[in-house]
Design a protein around this ligand. Sequence first.
Ligand code: NI
Length: 228
Amino acid sequence: MGLLSAPAAAEAGKKADEPSKAYCARYKCIALTFDDGPWPYTPELLDTLNKHKAKATFFLLGRKVASRPELTQRIVQEGHEVGNHTWDHPDLTKLSDDEVMQEMSSTSDVIEQTIGERPAMMRPPNGATDARVTRLMTELALPQILWTGSTLDWQARDTKVITARTLKLAKRNGVILLHDIVPQTVKAMPTVLSTLEKEGYHFVTVTTLLQGRELEAGEIYPPRPKKK
Ligand code: NI
């Protein structure tokens, strides 16, 4: 690398002193998200993430948090983020308002009892949302986090296929949908993480990915393409 001209050097120095600049504006980030746990395969996934200093986001089911509180605590203690994925994984668009609110509040309650904090985001099961669910999530002040790429790992159930699909879906600032209840997904992660690491990716939580871009209550991220 050549020497920097004086103004360029000053500029570089200035940038180094700017901690306020969003992490993912400086680095090539990707958010891996794991749904439907915590589950008995989750500890192996956490070990893999730790090995790579990777952070991820887990969209948890309330009933599984209730039966695995210590595993839920481990997820958070190791620097990962958790979101509300309902109590029992129903299609929210098919429930009454009261039933939706029950699914959401029971899950936020058990997460708060377990880790001391209520989740700040949710993911609707199967990505199923509509204007009414969006209004209810707005009341709950929860943004709805979807994905830029779905691996369909729960259908594939094949480590090589899941590895290849995840690598293909990877892109800067991508949000990738995976499941830690699929054992082949957990087995795919060592190769996925080493490969993406070599491509310069930093593995971050959804909140880190969105730093500098405040989501509104009920907002759907990433925004869906407008229907024609
Ligand atoms: Ni799910």
